[in-house]
Design a binder for this molecule. Structure first.
Ligand code: GAR
Length: 185
């Protein structure tokens, strides 16, 4: 069975969706790691028998020293793939050169990189919204795109309805893409 580690920072809806969809029959989620001790996504992991680790970035003096410790922690689980599901950190080459990872981003990359992608794409002139799964490299939201999904903006779209459509697509595309990547490994 292929092993994955998932990194997250907040709600953890995608984390739990991956667990519910893929674990333990299509892959083993060997650990969920967060940089935030109060991340909501931590709730419910014990009940699902998923190991979790908290590695707070605030305890480190630089991005490099944090990433070095994160790499060590990830490697101790020996995963086949690392999935960034709402992990809101800029990563240094210490991470990107040592860890094979994919990231979920709520826009049709290369458009709307960064932390406010949903609002940026909602407010843009674009007639479609969408999501991307891409390999992680040293450029923020810049690695090779693996899969994308999109939808037409409706005439009476609100930020709330737009966000719901993004989330729905995320819950389908991310587990599917993980399964496809692991199958090919
Ligand atoms: C998701 O919408 C994901 O696309 C986004 O964070 C959210 C996490 O939600 N990621 C980024 O914006 C990365 N730049 P979740 O914690 O409920 O899964």
């Amino acid at each position: 069975m292929k092993k994955i580690v998932i990194l997250f920072s907040g709600e953890g809806k995608n984390l739990h969706n991956i667990i519910d969809t893929l674990h333990p029959h299509q892959c083993e989620v060997v650990c969920a790691i967060t940089n935030k001790a109060r991340a909501k996504g931590l709730e419910g992991l014990d009940a699902k028998h998923i190991k979790s680790e908290i590695l707070e970035h605030t305890n480190f003096s630089s991005r490099e020293t944090y990433d070095a410790e994160l790499v060590k922690l990830i490697q101790s689980y020996n995963p086949d793939l690392v999935v960034l599901a709402g992990f809101m950190r800029i990563l240094t080459p210490i991470f990107t050169t040592n860890i094979k990872a994919i990231n979920l981003h709520p826009s049709l990359l290369p458009k709307h990189k960064g932390a406010n992608a949903i609002e940026d794409s909602f407010l843009s002139e674009d007639s479609i919204g969408g999501i991307s799964v891409h390999f992680v490299n040293e450029e923020l939201d810049g690695g090779q795109i693996i899969a994308q999904a999109s939808f037409e903006k409706s005439e009476n779209e609100t930020l709330q309805s737009f966000t719901c459509k993004i989330k729905e697509l995320e819950y389908q595309l991310l587990p599917q893409t993980i399964a496809e990547i692991l199958y090919k490994l």
